[in-house]
Design a protein around this ligand. Structure first.
Ligand code: ADP
Ligand code: MG
Length: 323
């Protein structure tokens, strides 16, 4: 797999089953697919850069592949859509081994199989120094059923899936020298490392929330709760009050990691007060995922956090690449 076209052929050979609506995938100038009647297309892209988003010294190749796809699928989950296809553009430094690349693809295809998303194209280039991965994911939702950030109304209750702060705790441990391969890791350390290195896109929860017609607005937590809640509030022209006592902290994580850490890839969503009774029923479909009420949407465009010492402004302190 030394040459560019050998690499593309290798990729092509990894693809075993072709979806019915895919007319042409890898191998032509562009891919062709049919979107069924009554469905609309969703498209999203994410860029992962060595030493900005990940460091090779602590990232196993297969998990890098898994995560690169997972963070893209998470955007489709946050719309309540179904992921269908993806494109993979890769800029490969000369120093990166064939073995690393093969393992990266193994991890990526493991996740692709799990959610039945097909690789349909991409681009391949050399890079003078760092590894760059850019994925574009295409999904579908029924017309007018995708959940946007802009639908939250005053009085809606705010929910979050899973636990918060695990990915930030995992990153802190990696920076302190802990590795997944260490054999003296505690259970908490191991699950925090996995929270950072192998996030799970919440596609099933997202689509179930849409099916149940429970949500008014939704976002995935990539930058951090404080920032991502801010995006919902800005787009919906509303405010919010979050109760810190209700936040589902990942074991071992701090309040700061839960609020501002980011990369948890959990779903943050709002539910009208008259429908909150149905959230419990929906939660029963996801026995391994907690779904927690953490606050309420308000009309006054300000964001507050209730703490032991009273109410304080909730500032967006999540990750900012230009910050
Ligand atoms: P072009 O010169 O038209 O850009 P390429 O030679 O780059 O064509 O690509 C040939 C085919 O291989 C295209 O279908 C393209 O989508 C696919 N391809 C190239 N690189 C990748 C990649 N990293 N992952 C998936 N498909 C790829
Ligand atoms: Mg090309």
């Amino acid at each position: 797999m030394k040459k560019e076209f050998e690499f593309i052929d290798y990729l092509r050979n990894q693809i075993t089953n072709k979806p019915a609506n895919l007319i042409a995938g890898i191998g032509d100038d562009a891919a062709i697919f049919i979107t069924p009647n009554n469905y609309q297309n969703l498209i999203s892209t994410d860029l992962l850069i060595e030493d900005t988003h990940f460091k090779l010294k602590y990232t196993p190749a297969d998990l890098l592949g898994y995560k690169a796809l997972a963070v893209n699928l998470s955007d489709i989950a946050a719309m309540g859509g179904e992921a269908k296809y993806f494109l993979l553009s890769i800029a490969r430094p000369k120093t990166l081994s064939d073995e690393f690349l093969t393992d990266l693809l193994l991890g990526m295809f493991e996740l692709a199989k799990k959610y039945k998303v097909s690789l349909i194209g991409g681009d391949t280039s050399a890079s003078s120094d760092k590894l760059f991965l850019n994925l574009t994911v295409l999904g579908e939702s029924l017309v007018n059923k995708a959940v946007m950030r802009s639908g939250a109304e005053p009085g809606d209750e705010i929910y979050v899936s899973g636990k918060l702060g695990g990915a930030a705790l995992g990153l802190e441990l990696l920076q302190k020298g802990k590795r997944l391969t260490d054999n003296n890791l505690t259970k908490i350390e191991k699950s925090a490392l996995l929270a950072h290195l192998k996030p799970e896109p919440k596609l099933d929860l997202g689509s179930q929330l849409v099916k149940s017609q429970l949500v008014t607005a939704m976002i995935d937590i990539s930058d951090g709760l404080s920032s991502d809640l801010g995006h919902i509030c800005k787009e919906s022209q509303v405010g919010a009050i979050i109760d810190s006592a209700l936040l589902p902290l990942f074991d071992g994580a701090t309040m700061d990691q839960a609020l501002n850490g980011g990369e948890d890839y959990e779903l943050l969503f709002t539910v009208p007060a008259e429908k909150v009774g149905q959230v419990k029923e929906l939660a029963m479909l996801f026995p391994n995922l907690s779904i927690t009420k953490i606050g309420v949407i308000t009309s006054n465009l300000t964001k507050f956090l209730i703490t032991q010492n009273g109410q304080i402004p909730l500032k967006p302190c999540g990750y900012d690449h230009f910050g």
